[in-house]
Design a protein around this ligand. Structure first.
Ligand SMILES: C[S@@+](CC[C@H](N)C(=O)[O-])C[C@H]1O[C@@H](n2cnc3c(N)ncnc32)[C@H](O)[C@@H]1O
Length: 206
């Protein structure tokens, strides 16, 4: 039931954050893309309006069928993008090694079951020199009070937010997967509850 509700009201729930910061982050991150691009956990397609026409091909991966329905509706507004939809989890991407120039992960690594496996899959499917572009909310490692609240709330949050974790150290996980950070912004995601605000966004290179 929660995954149906999440898909139906996802855009509504994020509208404040989109206006206050997310749209700007998405736009900056995706503006200069080219080549073959894979977006994992694309949800309702919040990134679609920011993909430039310089992209050769865009593969949109999403395992939740309710999210896919919302995505289908939105995709009709982007006939200029060469897209296909893949029904898969980030932990098991059914494509050969070195298939993509760019992998996009926005608000995904908080939700995957196993971030280490997901990141090693992302590393595998990227070509040498390929980029992982990310926007992720993370553990408040430099704010002990907020981190304490994140830990307290996380068990309940995970249930109502379809597996979303509040205390992941995604920056460390990206480095452990063998990526080199090219750019990283550490900012507060305004427009969401305080426990989900600490965020990182940027690019890492294979
Ligand atoms: C918080 S939403 C983010 C949607 C979109 N990427 C955005 O930026 O707004 C998380 C998405 O990841 C998907 N997801 C959850 N676990 C996943 C996994 N293991 N592999 C791939 N996608 C997953 C969910 O179905 C959902 O659509």
């Amino acid at each position: 039931m929660f995954s149906w509700l999440m898909a139906k009201y996802y855009d509504y729930m994020l509208r404040d954050a989109e206006e206050k910061c997310l749209k700007d982050w998405r736009k900056t991150l995706l503006q200069d893309l080219s080549g073959d691009v894979l977006e994992l956990g694309c949800g309702t397609g919040a990134n679609l309006s920011f993909y430039p026409q310089t992209i050769k091909h865009l593969v949109l991966a999403e395992p939740n069928s309710f999210m896919q329905q919302q995505l289908d509706l939105k995709l009709k507004n982007y006939p200029h993008l060469s897209t296909c939809i893949l029904d898969c989890f980030a932990e098991s991407i059914p494509v050969p090694d070195n298939s993509f120039d760019v992998v996009v992960s926005t608000l995904l690594l908080c939700s995957v079951k196993n971030p280490a496996i997901a990141l090693s899959e992302i590393h595998r499917v990227l070509r040498p020199g390929g980029k992982l572009l990310f926007i992720e909310h993370v553990a408040a490692n430099n704010n002990p009070v907020r981190l304490k609240w994140q830990k307290r709330i996380e068990p309940f949050w995970k249930i109502v937010q379809c597996g979303c974790h509040l205390t992941r150290d995604t920056e460390a996980n990206i480095l452990q997967a063998g990526f080199t950070l090219k750019t990283i912004n550490r900012q507060s995601m305004r427009g969401v509850p305080a426990v989900a605000r600490p965020s990182i966004w940027g690019a890492a290179v294979k």
